[in-house]
Each structure stands twice: as C-alpha cells, then as structure tokens.
Design a binder for this molecule. Structure first.
Ligand code: WT7
Length: 633
C-alpha cells in the first residue's frame, strides 16, 4: 500500500492559524477569552442568555452540596423547544435541520419546520402510551432520523432517554434497559453496514425476554425488510402506525434546569456499566457554547460529525449542540471505507461540508489507503477539522492536516468524556496547534495535572488529569448510584474531578493526554472495561478465569489481549478460539475487538485476589515487572 514517507512520526512544529481563519473566527483572542472565563459564574451565565427560558435562573451555581453541583438553579427551560420550535419562528424555518444520508445513497432532509412537526407527533404519541415526565425511554436504533426525533420528543415531554448504541449486543442491551427501568423501547428492523442489512429486531426480541419493565416496543421500519404486522407481539407497534393522526403541535414541558435529561451508559473499572446522568440547562449551555466556538459555527454551515448517536459524541455534537445553534447537521449511516475508502470525502464534496469532526482511528484507517482517495475529491468547502475519542498521533494529525485540510485548516483535537458532556480541553480555531496535544482548557474550565495528593506536578511530568471547578454540562451523578459517583470521581483527589486519564503539561501549558489511568480500554475510540470483557469470557462454559489487558494496535489504538485459564484438559484449539470470539462478540457486540487469546495456567494476583493487570502488561511489553511485593507468589 502507498505510504507517505515525508511525514515524521515526531512532529515538533507549532502550527499557527492563517489570517483568514482568525478573521472569520468568533473568538479571535484565545488568551483573552481564557481570562474572561476565570469568572466562571459570569462567563457561563452570559452564555445561558442565548436560550429562551420560561423562567430565568435565580442562582448560577449552587455548590452547597459538593460534589452534587447545580447550575442555573430555579430556571425553567425546554431543550426541544430551544433546539427545534424556536427556529420555526425565525428565518431558519425552512432551513434543513437534519440531513440524513446512508451508504446506499439514500437521503432524507428535514427542515426545522418539518422536524418540529415530527417531534411533536411522536411526543404526543409517547404521552398517549402513558409516558410522563421522569419516565425512562430507551432507544436501540441505528443512525436514522427517527432516533433524533424520538430523543427530542422525550425532551419535549420531560421523559429521560437512554440510548443504547446499536453496535452493542443482547447482554449489553438487557443490562442497560434493566438498570434504567425503561418503560418504552424504540428500535428498528435493522441497519445498513458495508452493503449488508444488520438485523436489530431479533436482538431486541431476545433482549425483551429479559427486560420486564418495558411496556411497549416501538418498531421503526428503517431498512425496508419485510416485517409483517402479524410478526409483532402484543407489546409491539410500528412507529408509523403509532404517530398516525397525532397532532403536529405539542405543549413543551417546562423543565427545571436540573431535571434529568438523559442517561448514557459507559464503561468503568468494574463490570457494571455506569449510567451517566445529565441534566437539562447546564448541558444545553455547555454543549452549545463549545460547539459554537470550537467549530466556529456561522449561518450557512454544513456540519458533519461522524460519531454515532449511541455515544456521547453523537448526543452532544450530532444532535443537541448543532440544533441548539440552528445549524444543519449531517447524520450519516455508514462506514468510512464503504463502498470505498473515499466515502467520507465523497460526502464532503457532495454536500459541501464545512466542519468535519471524526475519530483518530478513522483517520489512521483511511491513511492506509494512501492519498489517492482524498485527492479524488474537492474538499475546499472545509473550514474546520476536528477529532475526538483518543489521543491523535502526530503522524495521523499531519496526514489529516495535509491531505484533508490542504495545510490551511486548523484541527481541533477535543478532549472530553461521556461524563463531561462537552469539550473541556480543546483548541479554538485561533489557537496555535501542536500535533498530538489537545492544547488548553476551554474558557471557563480549569484543568490541571496533579499527583495522587492533588498537588500540581512539575511541568513535563505525568500525573492525573483533574478538573478543578464545576462546569455546566457536567454529569450530576451515576443513575441510582450516588455512592459510586463519589467513589469513582471525587474521592481519591478531594475537591477535584478525577477524569481517569493520565496527562502531562508542557512549558506552554499545553496538555498531552497519555491514556486511561484505570482499567478501561480504548478500542477505536470506544470505551470498554477490562472487567466487562473478563466476565464475558468467564460466562463461556470452558473458561475458568480470565484477565484482559489492552494491546497497542496501529489502527484501533488498542485491542484486547486475553489470558485465559481453561477447564481442565482443555487446549486452546482453533475451533475454541473462534467459539470464544463469537461468544464475546455476542455478549458485548463488535466493539470488543479481540487481538490475541493466550492460555495460561495461573494469573498474577495480589494476596487479596485482585488480578494484577500491570504485571501482565509489563510481561507483554517485555518490560521489568516492577514492584511485585504484593504479588501472591
Ligand atoms: C475518554 C472518554 C468524548 C467523546 C468520545 C469519548 C479519551 C477522548 C480524547 C482526546 C485524548 C481522548 C480519554 C477520555 N479521549 N478524547 N482528544 N485526546 N484522549 O468519550 O467514551 O466517555 O471516553 O476518551 O481517555 O477519558 P468516552
């Protein structure tokens, strides 16, 4: 395969923005904006003015019950009203809000006016199903307009949505639905993926056998695969039937600023996924403000974030922030390399995409095919490029910069998390860039690198990444588990939010993220807990014990390396390896990419029986095993 040899792996240059980038930029002076952000209450209150409130807040920030912070206390607002209905009364009324496209070349455009009608109809339908404020509604849907519509419909009536990524499998769906005690599930017949139709309905059917709280399953006919109404169970109803005859207007629920907005599950150090809970007003303010300034959103933008709505990237930056700003968001159902590795660039040219947001793993994957694909398309409409999900290696940064941005367009390397709801460390278009660094905290955010006591570490030294002050889009707790919320994020380093990443700061105050400090892997930007993978292995009848570590991978960042103790007499034959892979995939879905499986007789453990993954990692890397004084034997 063609490979660019002039790109060095280490890149020490600083890239300054072109004059016209600064001219255009909403924020032209980075340092000054950071100074303004020092007064966090004033800064964020100003940003909150952009919305239509039923009632303004009495207090910007309530810190009386740390770490249960509250923002815009006393305010009344509705997200869907601000993201959709508000624009119908302006000259954006007939502007495209959602531009849906898929790998087969189908497209569907919904203007703000059309979207508001669809949202209202579905909101009314949900009310008819008995959904009231505070009820949980789950979605297990591909990237399709109905997913956005149903999320917004929940906001409209105050229901809490919990979207489950359509790439997760039965076990994961069941666990999430039951934890959220979802009353309604919205799903689809299937999704398109690399020329195939993936059946989602049968996964739902299987999951439903174990989800007792769900009263109604709404089925979107998305792929046109022929499901007959006679195949539906008594609980199930087709989406189009459900909204038939529903009125196209709907009174928005006046939500308290701190009313729950959604739950989104993510992986942690233990096997049980964490239900990250976000609330209404602060989330809106944080997502919209970062989007506007990091992606420099103007009228006429055609914005595309390739992330899936099933993850936080999609929640904040495919649907909510773009619509809250009244921009046009491209929703794409398809892979970066299908029908060929030019798929992304084809769409950029076709629709005139101006702002493009993707993951380093996608760039690394596309790089392998050389420059011939991007060179085939006119990419001149692009004005901002961005990445998220994991550190971007300088080599991938340079490729993105040169061949997609034509050395003219700044790259926004945005660091944030499911928990943070919004970008926290990121450049702005006017910032000097260093490939591989997410640069500095967004204005109004205070980040630092500290030791385990909370003391700042010297410049250049690694430490724990912390956020020192609350921010509006922060999660408020883990659903139903305040204790775990405190335990995981606030206890080790008192007073600060512990992000779970290691980082260092350089002499210019730029942050360099080094990776997770906990037992969480990052596979193609997806977060997956080692404990989850281990329990998936152990649920296989021939596996006695399992330990899992991340192994570096040039494209995916990390893949899974598993060490297994098998039942007596069992040998790791090819057939068994295949079977184990299938089993783990069934339990967790395709996000769990298995690199290697190794059979072992023993696992390194502490005397209290905890697996020492550190020892396994060192052994795998051929390094010194470090301090093994706590090792059992
Ligand atoms: C973890 C959060 C936030 C949307 C997608 C991931 C890693 C994320 C970056 C970046 C280095 C990054 C961190 C973080 N991460 N963005 N720009 N540079 N690392 O959300 O699944 O909650 O994962 O992703 O390790 O803790 P998530």
């Amino acid at each position: 395969m063609e490979r660019d040899t002039d790109v060095l792996l280490q890149e020490e240059r600083i890239f300054y923005p072109d004059e016209d980038v600064i001219q255009r930029a909403l924020i032209k002076n980075w340092e000054e904006e950071i100074r303004k952000g020092k007064d966090i209450e004033k800064y964020w209150a100003e940003k909150a003015e952009q919305f239509e409130w039923f009632k303004k807040w009495d207090q910007v920030l309530d810190e009386s019950n740390k770490p249960f912070y509250k923002w815009f206390v006393g305010g009344k607002i509705n997200l869907a009203h601000n993201a959709v209905d508000r624009w119908v009364e302006t000259d954006k009324r007939n502007q495209v809000a959602i531009l849906y496209a898929n790998e087969r070349g189908d497209e569907r455009k919904l203007t703000y006016y059309e979207l508001s009608r669809e949202v209202n109809k579905f909101a009314n339908a949900l009310r008819n199903l008995g959904v009231v404020k505070g009820d949980r509604v789950s979605m297990y849907l591909p990237m399709c307009p109905e997913l956005l519509i149903s999320m917004l419909a929940c906001n409209k009536i105050g229901a809490i949505h919990s979207v489950v990524y359509s790439g997760l499998s039965v076990g994961a769906v069941v666990e999430r639905m039951n934890d959220a005690k979802a009353k309604i599930l919205i799903t689809a017949d299937g999704t398109f993926r690399r020329g195939k139709v993936i059946d989602l309905k049968s996964i739902t059917d299987e999951a439903m056998l174990q989800c007792k709280t769900v009263e109604t399953v709404v089925v979107v006919k998305h792929t046109g695969s022929p499901i007959d109404i006679s195949e539906l169970s008594g609980k199930e109803i087709f989406y189009d039937r459900l909204i038939e005859g529903e009125p196209a207007d709907c009174e928005p629920e006046q939500m308290d600023a701190e009313d729950p907005l959604f739950i989104l599950y993510t992986s942690g150090s233990t096997g049980k996924p964490k239900g990250v809970l976000h609330t209404t007003a602060g989330y809106m303010v944080g997502a919209a403000t970062t989007m506007q300034n990091v992606f420099d959103i103007h009228n006429g933008d055609l914005y595309w974030c390739t992330g899936d709505i099933g993850w936080i990237t999609g929640h904040s930056y495919v649907i909510y922030a773009p619509l809250l700003l009244g921009t046009t968001t491209l929703v794409y159902e398809g892979a970066p390399d299908y029908p060929d590795p030019g798929a992304f660039w084809h769409l950029v040219e076709k629709y005139g995409v101006t702002k493009f947001y993707t993951a380093p793993t996608a760039i690394r994957h596309l790089m392998r095919f050389g420059t011939k694909y991007p060179k085939r398309y006119n990419l001149e409409s692009l004005k901002i490029l961005a990445t998220v999900g994991e550190p971007i290696n300088p080599e991938a940064w340079m490729w993105y910069y040169k061949y997609i941005g034509n050395e003219k367009i700044p790259i926004m390397d945005t660091w944030w998390q499911t928990e943070t709801g919004m970008h926290l460390i990121t450049p702005l278009p006017c910032s000097p860039l260093k490939p591989g660094s997410a640069t500095k905290a967004f204005p109004g955010i205070e980040a630092d690198v500290v030791d385990d006591q909370g003391n700042p570490v010297p410049l250049g030294k690694g430490g724990f990444l912390v956020i020192k002050k609350p921010w509006p889009a922060m999660f408020r707790t883990l659903y139903g588990d305040d204790e775990r919320y405190i335990e995981t994020y606030w206890k080790d380093i008192p007073g600060y939010y512990k992000a779970g990443d290691m980082a260092r700061k350089d002499e210019d105050g730029y942050f360099w993220i080094q990776g997770r400090s906990d037992d969480v892997l990052k596979i193609a930007g997806h977060r997956i807990g080692t404990a989850e993978v281990e329990s998936a292995f152990v649920s296989h009848p021939l596996v006695v014990e399992a330990a899992v570590i991340g192994k570096d991978d040039p494209i995916k960042g990390q893949v899974i390396k598993a060490f297994l103790i098998l039942k007596e007499e069992q040998k790791l034959r090819t057939g068994l390896i295949e079977d184990l892979k299938k089993h783990v995939r069934y339990e967790l879905g395709p996000v769990a990419v298995l690199g290697e499986i190794e059979q072992v007789e023993k696992l390194p453990k502490t005397r209290s029986g905890k697996i020492m993954r550190r020892v396994l990692r060192a052994r795998e890397a051929g390094e010194d095993l470090g301090d093994t004084s706590t090792l059992e034997e």
